[in-house]
Ligand binder design. Structure first.
Ligand SMILES: [Zn+2]
Length: 461
């Protein structure tokens, strides 16, 4: 039996499919689906491998938007062999393709393509939900691996915990048979997901996997040899920080006004094996609200472009350079022992202007004189009185990450000073363009303003 199963696997087939009768065209069937909370005709159609139009026709529906929880829908020609109750979703990770999912799950590549309406097996995006069929259909301890360009036999063997001799033996190859890209090899099933990454990349993770507008993304790379790398994302180039000679990371940033959608991330790796690799991620809407703000007449001159722009240009010049030394590690602490009164990202209108700006930081209310503390280690790169930001401090945390503290009543630090997490850098106030005393806490990553509160909840890198 085992050899029969191996035969099927080597032929790229799943035994259960072979056991079905009727050859290539199964007889027409109708299945009944009970609408669940969160279902849409689109997700139901995906679940059964059919189309929205086919379900609408079978049920005499005139508008695809109106289905109710508990409603029974006739599903014409639900794909046989796919049981909706055990049809598992798989969230795509960096480096995964339908080929890697095919070798991880019992469904065949053709089944996966049909079930998910995927035309290009390599063009999945990170965070995409792929239905992987009925995972209870097999108990194999082997899976298939497609040899990639840049792979070499010893590395493939090592990756699956085999000697080269054992890999050849398992696949009935003698030592004269070359192992070439495109060849399918039988390998032991891995607990760790298979990744379709080019040498020298051995692992790649993104956190969060599906980021939102205004967020930072930690991209971590593991390599087999030391590398130098840059990353291109949303028309910006990112430097990559070194953790150790085989671990690297970059902090990517998504502008609060970036359109939601799928974007490419391009990795340029230099070193012994120069290569490029592109993956795609989905950026979600940040769900930010909007607010209108009116300033007292005596401070309105501070809204003038001639005042605002030169100051903003100075801040951008300070927060853009990449410092190779990293001072942050893990969660950041809150910069003041007070409550957040206004979140990052809110779309803003000042004195009746259009909503074409957004709140670039998180505000903390509190009494004048409340201590402001550094949320992570770093070097002070800006500490002075400004017109719009009032008494302002900027800390460089390394790797292109900066935090800013505006409207302070007093500043206790100087440019060039190294600070540790928890050090008091100044006190809360209402200086500059502020409607009342508060700390405006801002974060910049590679020259883009992002939500600092994410860094209190998620450990970077
Ligand atoms: Zn603010």
């Amino acid at each position: 039996m085992r050899w029969l199963v191996l035969f099927f696997m080597l032929m790229g087939m799943v035994p259960v499919v072979m056991a079905q009768e009727g050859g290539s065209t199964p007889p027409p069937t109708t299945t009944i689906h009970v609408v669940q909370r969160g279902d849409t005709l689109f997700t139901i159609a995906q679940l059964y491998g059919t189309t929205v139009e086919a379900i609408m026709t079978a049920n005499n529906l005139s508008d695809a938007r109106f289905i109710e929880v508990g409603q029974r829908l006739l599903i014409p020609n639900a794909r046989p062999g796919i049981n909706p109750n055990t049809n598992l979703p798989h969230v795509v990770q960096p480096g995964e393709t339908l080929y890697t999912l095919d070798s991880q799950y019992p469904a065949s590549l053709d089944e996966l393509m049909l079930l998910n309406h995927v035309v290009h097996p390599r063009r999945l995006y990170v965070g995409q939900v792929i239905l992987v069929g009925d995972a209870t259909r097999t108990d194999e301890t082997f899976s298939l691996y497609v040899v990639q360009a840049g792979d070499y036999p010893l590395r493939i063997a090592a990756r699956f915990g085999l000697t080269l001799e054992r890999l050849r033996q398992l696949n009935g190859l003698d030592e004269w048979t070359p192992i070439v890209p495109g060849m399918t090899l039988l390998v032991p099933k891995q607990a760790k997901p298979l990744l379709n990454l080019p040498t020298p990349l051995t692992n790649l993770t993104l956190n969060p996997t599906i980021p939102a507008q205004g967020q930072s993304v930690s991209l971590k790379m593991e390599t087999s040899v030391p590398i130098q790398a840059t990353i291109e994302f949303m028309e910006r180039t990112y430097q990559v920080g070194t953790i150790d000679p085989t671990h690297y990371a970059a902090i990517l940033s998504i502008h609060a006004f970036a359109d939601a959608g799928v974007y490419p991330i391009r990795l340029n790796l230099l070193g012994e094996h120069p290569t490029t690799y592109e993956l795609r991620i989905e950026v979600q809407d940040g769900g930010y609200g909007s607010e209108a703000i009116d300033f007292p007449a005596d401070r309105e001159y501070l809204l003038e472009a001639s005042v605002v722009q030169p100051e903003l240009d100075r801040v951008i010049a300070v927060v853009t350079p990449f410092t190779p030394q990293r001072y942050f590690d893990g969660l950041m602490s809150l910069p003041a022992a007070s409550t957040m009164t206004s979140p990052f990202g809110t779309r803003r209108s000042y004195d009746g202007s259009p909503y074409n700006t957004f709140h670039g930081g998180a505000d903390f209310g509190g009494a004048v004189g409340t201590p402001i503390t550094a949320p992570a280690g770093g070097v002070v790169v800006f500490a002075e009185a400004t017109q719009v930001r009032g008494n302002a401090v900027i800390i460089d945390h390394g790797w292109g990450v900066y935090t800013g503290y505006w409207h302070q009543s007093e500043i206790f630090v100087q440019v060039g000073q190294t600070v540790n997490r928890g050090d008091t850098i100044g006190t809360l106030g209402g200086t500059g363009l502020a409607t009342g005393p508060h700390l405006h806490w801002e974060m910049w990553v590679n020259g883009v303003q992002v939500d600092p509160m994410q860094w209190v909840q998620q450990a970077f890198p």
